[in-house]
Design a protein around this ligand. Sequence first.
Ligand code: SF4
Length: 192
Amino acid sequence: MTSGGAGTTIQVLEGSETGFATTKFDALLNWARKYSLFQYPFITACCAMEFMAMASPRFDMARFGAEAPRFSPRQSDLLWVVGTISQRQAPALKRIYEQMADPKYVFAFGTCASCGGFYDNYTTLAGIDKVIPVDVYVPGCPPRPEAVIDGLLLLQDKIARGDRTPAIVKPRRDPTVQAGNLVRLGKKSTAT
Ligand code: SF4
């Protein structure tokens, strides 16, 4: 018997070449949910450029089962909030969230959606979590597509675990900053 992760146990019967898997119904459902996210893009500002880059074939969102946009919130379960949200847009955003199918997830794409960014004024919403719950915050002005993919993987992991605690994508470490720690081939180590 071996563990297959996410509550799944794989048992191999004696004499059987393929074996079979046992799991809990919730674990199976969450596994299916995390690979079939139907996104509703709510795009308002300059982060849209990176959203379009991320949606391009180069980053291949189809790998994660999250490439298909829906243009009705009733057919969507993943709300992408991309860009600055003004106070006047906030009620519309909340209404769209309420129209989405359950279970639904929210992605704050970029600093403006996460906390209002540098628009510290009376017209701008200081983060979409003032009006709707957020599952994943992706910082950056704008965030790189790689950071957004990190956020999507984080969301998938949370869905598989049934975890609705808000999470923030951490910055990646830049290997060039740590170049001093790299082993340089062809040179003798000067370490004593
Ligand atoms: S986070 Fe930066 S790039 Fe994104 S909408 Fe705000 S100002 Fe524009």
